[in-house]
Design a protein around this ligand. Sequence first.
Ligand SMILES: Nc1ncnc2c1ncn2[C@@H]1O[C@H](COP(=O)(O)OP(=O)(O)OP(=O)(O)O)[C@@H](O)[C@H]1O
Ligand SMILES: [Mg+2]
Length: 465
Amino acid sequence: MKRLSLTSRLTLSLAVLVMLVMATVGYALYRTLEQQLIIRDDGALITRVEQIRTLLLNEDVMTLIHDKPGLFANMLGNTESLLVLRFPDGTPLMEVNPGRSPIPRITPVPAGAPLTLAAVHHAVTADGIPFISASALANISRAPYQVTITTGRLMSERTRTLAMYRNQIILVATAATWLTALLAWFFIRRGLTPLRRLAAETASMDIHYLSRRIGITRAPSELRQLIEAFNSMLERLEINFRQLSQVSADMAHDLRTPIGILLGQTEVAMRFKRDTDYYENLLGSNFEELQRLARMIDNMLFLARAGDAGHAIERAALPLTAEFGRLSDYFEGPAEERGLTLACERNGATVWADPELLRRALANLLANAVHYADTGTAIVLRAEQRPEGTTISVENAGPDIAPHHLERLFDRFYRADASRAGDAGASGLGLSIVRSIMVLHQGRWHAQSGKRRTRFSLFFPAKPA
Ligand SMILES: Nc1ncnc2c1ncn2[C@@H]1O[C@H](COP(=O)(O)OP(=O)(O)OP(=O)(O)O)[C@@H](O)[C@H]1O
Ligand SMILES: [Mg+2]
């Protein structure tokens, strides 16, 4: 089913609301009017009985009734009224009943008692028209008996008036509903213009215009929050997209170098027939390049997987003395080649970390230290355990890293000294892997450099109690 638009929904709600209000008000007014009319008609009927009671006290009137009975029929004036005067034995003194209504049988009010609204009887005819009636005894001048007055009236006129009123209310309510719907539709459509503008602006966004933002100054306050959220989403997208473009550009660039070398060397080798030594050398060099490529792809895969929100790590309390021992053994050879020594401060500290990831992070830091340290100096591995967590640092003597590089060292493919890095087979991924590992551990990472000493520190939070 087609979903209703916001304009249609609001219009419909408003129209229904107006219709309900009008119907309720109209019904209340109708009932009030009906009540008022009933009281007025009942009052008039009682007044008529009282008047006839007074008239009957006058002896001339009795004579008049005998002589000219038609006079009262004229006095009552319309065909809807009924008036019967009876002697105590039931014989009629006078009967005016042009509408031929059945004469109601009601107990008359005693002659001395005044008539109240309660004395009026209400009935409904077969046609559904109300019929009111009242009856009372009346004294007659100088006669020992009393006469029963019975009077009634068919309320067709009142029924007509009320029907007219009801129709009018229905007409007004319907007209008001339509008018409201029409005006509401117009105003709501106008009111929703900013929403349509927002939709149009959003639709015009694409990847090439990520720096564009949606204008907020003319937007109504309800939409501001949405626009702000949307703009900040655009900002994040823009940053991420720029980073991603940078990463893919760097990646292409970094993969091109080893592949270019492989291609070049192979091409040269294929031009002439070579001796076995040449081929052995070529294969050895190709093997190194391929290793470098494999390492890079491995690192990139690791970073891609570590970026997944669902990447799970398995932490354990690891004694750092043992970890440092293992790393020293591993890096002993490369360090010796450069005349470096490895000094580990063993103080029995432990760290709550994933063993594989911890080793990988520390190996990356040590590889950098071994690579960049001044020959003949010592690399120091330190651990400091506190209640909130353990900090591990790797420090070496070597060239200072400029402050503007320090902040960006942990970015993917970032190298402080790109010219030097290429020949060493470095790809600039080591520290970004360290950062990913620290993110997985909800830890912190930090680099400081000055006075020819460079230190990288990693903080691993302790296991929550
Ligand atoms: N101990 C250090 N002393 C001086 N500079 C360093 C040191 N460690 C890292 N750097 C600088 O930080 C940059 C980034 O290091 P990172 O480990 O991320 O990449 P890489 O060592 O160049 O390449 P990869 O580790 O991927 O082989 C290095 O290129 C270097 O300029
Ligand atoms: Mg490195």
